[in-house]
Design a protein around this ligand. Sequence first.
Ligand SMILES: NC(=O)c1ccc[n+]([C@@H]2O[C@H](COP(=O)([O-])OP(=O)(O)OC[C@H]3O[C@@H](n4cnc5c(N)ncnc54)[C@H](OP(=O)(O)O)[C@@H]3O)[C@@H](O)[C@H]2O)c1
Length: 225
Amino acid sequence: MGLEIVKELAAAGQHVLLGTRNIARGQAAITQLGAANVDPIQLDVADDNSVQAAATQIKDQCGRLDCLINNAGIALDNYEAPSTIPVATIRKDFDVNFFGLITVTQAMLPLLKLAPSAKIINVSSAVGSLTLASDATTSIYQHSAVGYQASKTAVNMFTVDLANELSDTTVTVNAVNPGWVDTSFAGGGGDKTVQEGVVRTVELALLATNDITGTFSDTQGIVPW
Ligand SMILES: NC(=O)c1ccc[n+]([C@@H]2O[C@H](COP(=O)([O-])OP(=O)(O)OC[C@H]3O[C@@H](n4cnc5c(N)ncnc54)[C@H](OP(=O)(O)O)[C@@H]3O)[C@@H](O)[C@H]2O)c1
């Protein structure tokens, strides 16, 4: 989905920085897109040095950041019982999905505050919704990936707390549920196309007004926490 988000924001005329762990792979993806207004930036969200270097590079080359989309994510557990899943697996999910997201956000926040109006969009998931996970009438109730799910629940809490902290600034913070999207992530089984999966994220990113904050939403509206 990250690449599709980059493609659509570039098509809308934005200068987009595509975070990539491997610059050569990132550059190859950009070349394939054929967009002139996209640049790669080395970024491993689980590596503090990489994140700090990316923030310095953005400050030096762009001077500010208008929108941060925290899209990187992994799911190392799948249908493992919460009673027996190795804690090490859960930690790895958190290292990228939660601690990585916070590391990037904290590093980029000074640059976002330099923009006249800025957005932080956290790509979360409906499987992180405690309300849906405890409702036996939903498909989320059947889901069992406690490391991944809890990391997204934690992302939601970070979204709320940071939105509250920044409520008197020009920086908004929102979480998005892409739905079950047909990427390698969903094992090729998602019921949404990649284009459908990025709709809400791109919509929020391009919203001319910037008065929505502290929400968790998808294309249907508000998702329960
Ligand atoms: N697909 C779904 O059904 C679904 C549903 C709900 C939420 N989501 C969320 O949507 C987001 C995008 O997922 P996707 O479906 O597009 O899966 P994907 O194709 O596996 O994409 C995940 C991306 O995260 C990047 N990444 C992983 N670890 C990273 C790290 N340490 N530093 C920087 N980048 C890293 C990957 O980079 P490489 O390309 O280098 O591996 C990849 O580009 C994730 O946050 C996921 O949790 C997906």
